[in-house]
Design a protein around this ligand. Structure first.
Ligand SMILES: NC(=O)c1ccc[n+]([C@@H]2O[C@H](COP(=O)([O-])OP(=O)(O)OC[C@H]3O[C@@H](n4cnc5c(N)ncnc54)[C@H](OP(=O)(O)O)[C@@H]3O)[C@@H](O)[C@H]2O)c1
Length: 235
């Protein structure tokens, strides 16, 4: 039996990933920073709910204790993420971005991901087939963001792509340090969720595809890579 934790899984891509992994036979914990939203989401798909705010040490430690007491963890999907937008939904570009805005995004997308991974490492190391999926973004790719004429080139935001580029580096360094684990970064593609005020062009079913696939990667599968549904991406 495979036990899987997905952070920020009360809605969006994380929720769809939870639904699909329950269907695939995993015991799934829906991590949610709000107890009631997590409980309702878990009930809908036959998952378990665990209170987990990735920015809060005590919350992450308590979640790790709960899951350890229930028997441990095989798969960690670091999905919780935020993007800083103006109140009317606009992207904050280089002319407006502040250190505080950067810090707020890094707090969840980067430090939160490291906090959760660090707390669950002892559990993952006890698994026979440990897997970590870090939900990154196509905007993390320096190659893409500098390819003139592409949508990634045209995206003016600073904090979000910088945070996801950091997620990619964290992925590579953890993958090298733990060769017995499969640790990969994935790009779901531009998906209609609350993160982008439902402006994405894909459905959550399409977006979750690569997350679900990498959560089920075998021990002979890739590690330290960066993938979307079509294959490997340039860093
Ligand atoms: N949608 C896209 O086009 C797209 C593209 C590439 C990558 N991604 C990535 O995909 C992941 C999922 O995003 P999404 O599009 O599904 O957005 P979403 O619907 O806004 O979901 C984000 C989830 O993260 C949770 N979250 C935020 N801060 C948290 C915290 N401090 N602790 C725990 N959970 C927290 C949210 O919880 P609340 O409900 O409590 O806010 C929510 O459950 C993110 O990492 C995002 O960067 C999305």
């Amino acid at each position: 039996m495979t036990t899987t934790l997905i952070t920020g899984a009360n809605k969006g891509l994380g929720f769809e990933t939870a639904r699909r992994l329950v269907e695939a036979g995993h015991t799934v914990y829906i991590g949610s920073r709000d107890a009631e939203r997590g409980r309702r989401a878990a009930e809908q798909v036959g998952a378990r709910a665990v209170l987990l705010d990735v920015t809060d040490d005590a919350s992450v430690t308590a979640a790790a204790k709960t899951i350890e007491a229930d028997g441990g963890l095989d798969v960690l999907v670091n999905n919780a993420g935020v993007e800083n937008r103006t109140p009317d939904g606009g992207v904050v570009g280089a002319a407006e971005v502040t250190a505080d805005a950067m810090r707020a995004v890094f707090e969840t997308n980067v430090f939160g991901l490291v906090r959760v991974t660090h707390a669950f490492l002892p559990l993952l190391r006890r698994s026979a087939a440990p897997v970590v999926v870090n939900v990154s973004s196509g905007l993390a790719s320096l190659a893409r963001v500098t390819a003139e004429g592409t949508p990634a080139y045209g995206y003016p935001g600073v904090a979000y792509p910088a945070s996801k580029a950091a997620v990619n580096m964290v992925t590579v360094q953890f993958a090298k340090a733990f060769p017995d684990m499969r640790i990969n970064a994935v790009e779901p593609g531009y998906t209609a969720t609350d993160l982008n005020h439902q402006a994405g062009v894909q459905t959550v079913e399409q977006g979750a595809e690569i997350i679900v696939r990498m959560a089920q990667v075998g021990q002979d599968g890739p590690t330290g890579g960066y993938f979307d549904a079509e294959g490997s991406l340039p860093w």
